[in-house]
Design a protein around this ligand. Structure first.
Ligand code: OGA
Ligand code: MN
Length: 204
């Protein structure tokens, strides 16, 4: 008997059955807009840094985005709203799937026109801490012709394209789904977030 059905119950079910899911309107449009405004302002103020790949943190042609990591002890109001909601989802996934997710790490990412991120897995080679990948999109009035889909590769060899519409949250199991970001004709903003499990040698 479930007397308090969680709004996130369907997400937990989809992750169990499919390993991935797309959620529309994860935040209200006003809250999504506040994140988009902040991300755009940080980009204009040169507060994003070109992303790096791998343990050597080398600059790479594999990805063309610039990022800003959220600081847990210094979240802006819009970042706090996002973090609270993703943490609420993390708690439901812990309860329903017994995943043992202890924390989230999040960054803004801005892809300039023409930039992408080639096919990859979110598990870092030296760590299995990342269990669930979540990508939240901030782009108002995105059109299919703008490109910029996240292409998710499924186990049966097919793929699904998820467009980066404001308010859309894509979730998938980090260890299982390779994916890539296709180039867009306009600037593309997202928050990439990873729900992490406790690992030997981690802080938790
Ligand atoms: C990543 C990633 C996807 C996106 O940062 O690892 O795959 O759509 N981002 O921004
Ligand atoms: Mn990724």
């Amino acid at each position: 008997m479930n007397t308090h059905p969680s709004p996130f119950h369907d997400i937990a079910t989809a992750l169990t059955n499919e390993g991935w899911c797309v959620v529309a309107d994860f935040l209200s449009s006003a809250r999504t807009q506040a994140l988009a405004d902040e991300c755009r302002a940080m980009r204009a103020a040169h507060q994003l840094t070109p992303a790096r790949v791998g343990a050597l943190r080398t600059a790479t042609p594999l990805r063309g985005d610039s990022t800003h990591w959220f600081q847990a002890d210094a979240l802006s109001a819009p970042q706090q709203v996002f973090t609270d909601r993703i943490d609420a989802l993390r708690m439901v996934l812990n309860r329903e799937l017994m995943l043992g997710l202890v924390e989230c790490e999040s960054h803004y990412a801005v892809y300039p026109p023409g930039a992408g991120y080639s096919r990859h897995l979110d598990r870092l080679r030296d760590s299995d801490a990342r269990v669930v990948s979540a990508v939240f999109y901030l782009n108002e009035a995105w059109q299919t012709a703008d490109g910029g889909a996240l292409r998710l590769y499924l186990a049966d060899g097919s793929s699904r394209d998820v467009f980066p519409h404001a308010g859309t949250l894509l979730l998938f199991l980090s260890a299982q789904f390779e994916h890539e970001v296709l180039p867009a004709t306009r600037e593309r903003m997202s928050i990439a977030c990873w729900m992490r499990q406790r690992t030997p040698g981690s802080m938790f």
